[in-house]
Design a protein around this ligand. Structure first.
Ligand code: ATP
Ligand code: MG
Length: 578
């Protein structure tokens, strides 16, 4: 797996040079202080995300640039310029002021992909308040839980979501003073709520952006909850420095780009890279109002002339299982494709090469890191299966583990592994601008994430001799079998190379002899049928690639694997199966 390399030819002339052509030089010359100068800034060293994302472009000639392009169900589109977005967000900021909402209050959005969500996010930040995006498909209890952790004073949502998920529990949320509905335009909507549009129409389109300090809270993001209860990670305004820098280096954004991030704005990716990073670059953001549909997605890539596409492994695997999955697509505008959220199997990277005309570029980060930390870059070689190398300004390390898998700490700091190819806990030296500043109401849990100068991510990785990082597994997903540590990703990726396998989830099953044995769950691609023969074939196939110690001892077919709402495989649930 480590042997293959996809070489990138770096253009030496032309108008559109990739943003990071000399990795080593860029890393050597980089400082976050310097990266701040790429932004516009407010007087006295003040910084506000909304200013960088909207108002920086919203006035003068650049005000005409198309900021958001919404793709409706029938695939017609509506566009909003940076100038329009600037006025709309100012109106929303004025609405919050006129309602008497606390100056540091939390505003929650439960909306899905629609204009009002982007306006509410950026207008809240403009006003200096904190925004928390909630995933629109959550049921009543997850919504209540998050609104309560956040202590949200305002909720922006739809009539249907309010009636179904909030109204009955509202008496339990005395902190929730205002509910604004985006699809009820009556001047006095029924039931102790207000109309978002009526309020906005009456508000002034002029606003003086609050001169927030770098460290002022801006965003509260809940983690995916893949491993248990969600944590509320707090981020500050200077995170935009990292959003801008990573938009440039890891997503290769250029002026004039049409950019599509498929993540829902209810998650950190949909906010940081679905709105803030691209808008701070002044590019055009595609927002698809509909849910995933393979044919629709291919049409959007083609007809909206997408230049840069940021998506996730689960979606790519679904495209790979769909009809005509191997037919090369004619996407002359697509310059860069990237993926995040889960390990990207090498099979997907090379499929990209065949079908998209370029590899899919994996990158790694977490809700807590606030921005991309490790990535494959447009002008650098790609090693399929590797997450790539740390961003300029990011100092990553591998921390040794004790026999139970816990990071080893000595003399007040983690013990680092310098030898190549040894796995350990991924750590990042603290100090990058988008680092989370706390888990809300969980100070102890926050402090436990750090050791000395290092933030311990909880993910297990290895670094090869050239400094490329390879994902092994989440700390709690790694399998201990007969004295070996096995990362599920490696086994899943090997299985994915078989033409019959559409998706694989690998876990450890407790075993008296071996501690754990490797057990695989496999979803087949049509037209393959689950037979005992195919089962034996797949085990043999994995053995040949991985060796008997690592290959699954047990393999079962499944119609589907359990996924989190954000689309990640929940290995914890597979582990509980009899
Ligand atoms: P929770 O922390 O609540 O259990 P979560 O960790 O899934 O949920 P996120 O912050 O959304 O919440 O996800 C970050 C995690 O996703 C990373 O720690 C890592 O395990 C996984 N991840 C993200 N990108 C990649 C990638 N490129 N390769 C492998 N894993 C990735
Ligand atoms: Mg996590």
């Amino acid at each position: 797996m480590s042997g293959d390399v996809i070489h990138k030819a770096v253009p030496t002339a032309g108008l559109l040079l990739p943003n990071l052509t000399d990795y080593d030089a860029e890393c050597a010359g980089f400082s976050w202080e310097h990266a701040r100068s790429w932004l516009d800034g407010l007087p006295n060293g003040r910084l506000n995300i909304a200013h960088e994302a909207v108002d920086r472009w919203g006035h003068g000639v650049s005000g005409h640039i198309e900021a958001l392009r919404l793709v409706h169900a029938d695939e017609t589109t509506t566009s909003y310029s940076y100038h329009q977005l600037s006025e709309l967000t100012s109106r929303f900021a004025n609405v919050l002021d006129s309602l008497g909402v606390g100056k540091d209050a939390v505003v929650a959005g439960l909306l899905g992909r629609r204009l009002e969500g982007y306006v509410s996010l950026l207008g809240t930040l403009k006003s200096g308040r904190v925004f928390t995006p909630l995933f629109a498909a959550y049921g009543p209890e997850p919504v209540r839980q998050r609104l309560e952790i956040a202590g949200a004073e305002v909720l922006v949502t739809t009539r249907a979501a309010y009636d179904r998920k909030v109204a009955d529990l509202r008496h339990e949320m005395p902190h929730l003073r205002h509910v604004l509905l985006v699809d009820d335009d009556s001047s006095q909507p029924a039931g102790n709520v207000l109309s978002w549009h009526v309020l906005l129409d009456a508000a002034s389109p002029a606003y003086i952006t609050r001169a927030t300090a770098r460290d002022d809270p801006a965003l509260l993001h809940f983690t995916s909850g893949t491993t248990g209860t969600p944590k509320g990670a707090l981020h500050v305004h200077e995170a935009v420095v990292a959003h801008y820098a990573t938009g440039r280096f890891a997503l290769d954004l250029h002026p004039g780009d049409i950019y599509w991030c498929t993540a829902d704005p209810g998650w950190v990716t949909g906010t940081s890279y679905g709105a803030i990073a691209p808008l701070s670059h002044g590019v055009t953001v595609i927002v698809d109002e509909e849910e995933f549909d393979p044919q629709r997605w291919w049409r959007i890539l083609e007809r909206q002339h997408v230049n840069v596409w940021y998506t996730a492994p689960t979606a790519l695997r679904m495209l790979m299982r769909g009809a005509d999955a191997e037919t090369p697509r004619h996407l002359p505008n697509l310059r860069f494709a990237a993926s995040v959220g889960e390990p990207l199997n090498p099979e997907i990277v090379t499929w990209g090469q065949r079908v998209l005309g370029q590899p899919v570029h994996d990158n790694w980060w977490q809700t807590e890191t606030g921005g991309i930390m490790i990535a494959n870059y447009a002008a650098c070689d790609v090693r399929p299966g590797s997450m790539g190398r740390p961003l300029p300004g990011i100092d990553a390390a591998v921390v040794a583990q004790d026999p139970d898998g816990a990071p080893i700490i000595a003399d007040g700091g983690p013990v680092l592994v310098f030898e190549p190819d040894r796995s350990g806990v991924l750590a990042l030296r603290r100090g990058w601008p988008s680092m989370f500043r706390g888990y809300l109401h969980e100070e102890e849990r926050y402090r436990a994430c750090f050791s000395g100068n290092w933030y311990l991510t909880g993910d297990i990785v290895r670094r090869d001799a050239d400094g490329w990082y390879w994902f092994v597994g989440r700390g709690d997903d790694v399998i201990k079998t007969a004295g070996h540590l096995v990362g599920p990703f490696e086994v899943e990726s090997a299985l994915m190379e078989h033409p019959a396998v559409g998706e694989a989830g690998v876990v450890g099953r407790p075993d008296a002899m071996a501690g754990e044995i490797v057990r695989a769950f496999v979803v087949l691609k049509p037209p393959y049928e689950p037979t005992a023969e195919l089962q034996r074939e797949l085990i043999g196939f994995a053995r040949k690639r991985l060796g008997a110690a690592v290959a699954p001892r047990e393999l079962e077919f499944a119609d589907a694997l359990p996924h989190t709402e954000s689309g990640k495989i929940v290995r914890r649930a597979l582990k509980d199966l009899p």
